[in-house]
Each structure stands twice: as structure tokens, then as C-alpha cells.
Design a protein around this ligand. Sequence first.
Ligand code: SF4
Length: 255
Amino acid sequence: TALVIGGGISGMTASLELANQGFKTYIIEKEKKLGGNLNHLNILYPIQEDASIFLNEIVSKVESNNNIEVHLESTINNVMGYIGNYDVSINNSKDEVLELKTGAIIVATGGQELKPNGLFQYDGKKKQVMTQLELEQKLQNTDKAWLEKLNRVTFILCAGARQKEGITYCSNVCCGTSIKNINVLKELNPNLEIVVLYRDFQMAKKEFEEYYRNRRKDAMFLRYDLDQMPKVTNIGKSPEKYKVEVFDTNLQDNL
Ligand code: SF4
């Protein structure tokens, strides 16, 4: 047997691989449903498929697999033992404690989007300043009237990432996601002007590079430096309006 902690896309994929090789597999998921972050995505790139269709297909494979036992709203209480022989106790939503025996444990607890509080006017409350995951959730909604009122959208990449201290690394996710979302926004509102402020553009694979090249015409790309961060000023409360200033390192000019 195997036990997978986390019922997101990684956990479900690992569970299906194990189950299809004949191993009884437990999935322990803390939320009420499987899917993790995939539940909050709109379109997947580079396959351009609706995330909910992709997710539903995998969830139905997991739920119909006799070798997989899913425990929702459950958390790990304790793990004892050694490789090949673990005793795991889990708590479920009914405050019951279940004891499971397993030979292997896969930790697939997923990732969290950085909320860049205090940067570029973001505080998690303003309607017009949002993270890309929050944008995806807005785009999942069938009511897109908010988009028709917009003239220009600015994406500021590396918000809080690749810093000198703290989060020093690149997620390798947000550049590609921005290209996808630029494309989605342009399809919904072709008159929308889109500006992307970036430091470096990181596309994880060759196929993503082509994805970027095929779509970069949809936006104006301006490069900024960590030492001269873009400045965002609130210039209107209702409707919300912002002024964005940036020193473009390619043009060597303030815009
Ligand atoms: S370079 Fe792109 S993928 Fe990497 S942290 Fe910055 S925005 Fe995200």
C-alpha cells in the first residue's frame, strides 16, 4: 500500500500511477474536494484546455479506481514506523481517528501563491489590483462585464519573487501564466491594452517558448530592474484607477 498526502493534481497523478500498478493507495486531502489549486484555474497552458474539464476527467478516474481510497477533509495526525512499514493516524471531519498501514508515503501537498501584500498597491481587498490566481478566479466567472469597462491592464511580474533576501527563487510559473492570461483577456476584450513589466522572461520548456512567441504581439513588454521597481499610485477610488511608472532598462527611459 501507499499513502499520498494531498489530493491535488500531483497527488492524484501519483495515486493513479500506483493504483494502476496494483498498489492499494490512500489519498489524504484536507479540503472538501479533490483538485487543489486546479479548482481555481481557468484555462491550462500550453494545452489551452478548460481547467475544469481536465480536472473532472482526472477526478473521475481517481474515484472510479478500486485501488484508490480517498479521505477528504482529513489531516495527518501522526506517522510512526520506517520505510516499508508505516502506521499513520489521520483525523477526519467527524473527529474520528483512523489508523492506516502503508509501505510508502508521498508528500504532494502542493504550493501556495505568494500574496504580495504591500507591493504595487496590493492588499487583497482592492478590486482592480489582484494576483494571477485571483484573476483566474474572476475569469472562471461567467459574468465578464467588469472586463468591458477596462482600457488597460498592467501585469507586474516577479512581484515579491527573485528578491535579494526572502523569496530569492523563480517559480517558473508566472511568466507563462501571464502569457496565457494576456491571450484570454485579449480574446474577451480585443480593445484592451496590455502592458507587461518584467525582469526576465522564464518559460520552462521549448514548447512554452513557442507559446510565448506566438502570443507576445498581444501586449507591450517593458523590462525593469530589481533596483528600480515600478511605482503604482492610486489616482481614483471609484472607479479604481492607477498610475504605473517604470524605468525601462531597454529604452533607458522613464515611462
Ligand atoms: S521570472 Fe517569471 S516565472 Fe520567474 S518569478 Fe519572475 S514572473 Fe515568476
